[in-house]
Design a protein around this ligand. Sequence first.
Ligand code: NAD
Length: 391
Amino acid sequence: MFNEERHFDQPIRWAMVGGGRGSQIGYSHRNAAQRDGLFKLVAGAFDLDPARCRDFGENLGLDGDRCYANYKEMFEQEAQREDGIQAVSIATPNSTHYEICKAALEANLHVVCEKPITFTTEEAEELKTIAAQNNRVIGVMYGYSGFPMVQQAREMVQRGDLGEVRVINMQFAHGFHNEEYELNDPGLKWRVSPEVSGPTYVLGDIGTHAFYLCEVMTGLEVDRLSCMRQSFIKSRTPLEDNAHVMMEFKGGAVGTLWASAVNAGSMHQQKIRIVGSKASLEWWDEQPNQLRYEIQGEPPRILERGMGYLHQDAPGVAANRVGGGHAEGYFESWANLYHRFALAFDAADRDDQAALADIWFPGIDAGIEGVRLCEKCVESADQNAAWVDYE
Ligand code: NAD
């Protein structure tokens, strides 16, 4: 069970780029990072508008002088201070991640970056190299992977509870953008603009989440894939608001991924079903405290978070903040990840590479694979859904 006891002498001095007033995801970062007292927000370049950044930062309780007009100024000025920032989270639109992340690593900061982390795998690989050279850690905000029942599924697959994995069904298919809402919604407008969003819309925005859950739960690697993508709202072309991907995994398993923003009537529908030779597992992010476990020939079981029959000693399974039966959710999953990011940053600072290697968290490799998924899907879709090798 988590509690707020102190782990470090002082919390990690932390800043944000982006995530300003009115942003979709800024609060989630601040809430999660500061939940266990391991990070303390001391500075920010929260907004493209410097006056709004300062006003917002002061309203969060920051010193106005540490609310910066842009990230370059923040990294430069904070480096001059004895109590300067040690880590930064990047929650800006996609096109800026690469340059901000690179600048942060070069300023010797640990980074938490939003997904998709870059536009190309080359850029993401470059970030990995710089991080390794500077002994810095990159966490990538695949926020659903901190749920204890996701970690329970991973452990069950690894222990062979399902038998041999045969089929994986992934989907993240909401209905919020079934009409041209971007005309009045700047947060959606940039998502359907290739120069800001990158080579994909729904594949990168939400498909990467479901795909990462598959990576976490099964550990399988894609061998080749075929992707069909389209926009039902024509003005979004060339980006897609709907995509279907077929995958063959190394070792013989097969899978599908459905990413959509036009699944009218649906809230999230982020579900993953793993079918093995003996049994299947299904997890749904709208009911994250439960994991459905179906053994062939037996009645289905609903496993519940916080219960003694789970694999409590596996990483992340016992990451409870309240006992079973109470509903934990999205914010707890994020907080679990930020907790791990903090431990990883601290291990790197102490140059304890063994401890660092022992801490499970979505890092730069997870970021690279999300970018690769987008690249390969575009490559396939551009050739009329041809099968393309994943490597
Ligand atoms: P948004 O448009 O709602 O907010 C972006 C914020 O960044 C705004 O405050 C804006 O002023 C600021 N900003 C933009 N450019 C900036 C710059 N160069 N410097 C400083 N601030 C800048 O966007 P959002 O929906 O919050 O998405 C931000 C990122 O988070 C995207 O990469 C998105 O894919 C990701 N995201 C991730 C999740 C998740 O579950 N992990 C969920 C939503 C969004």
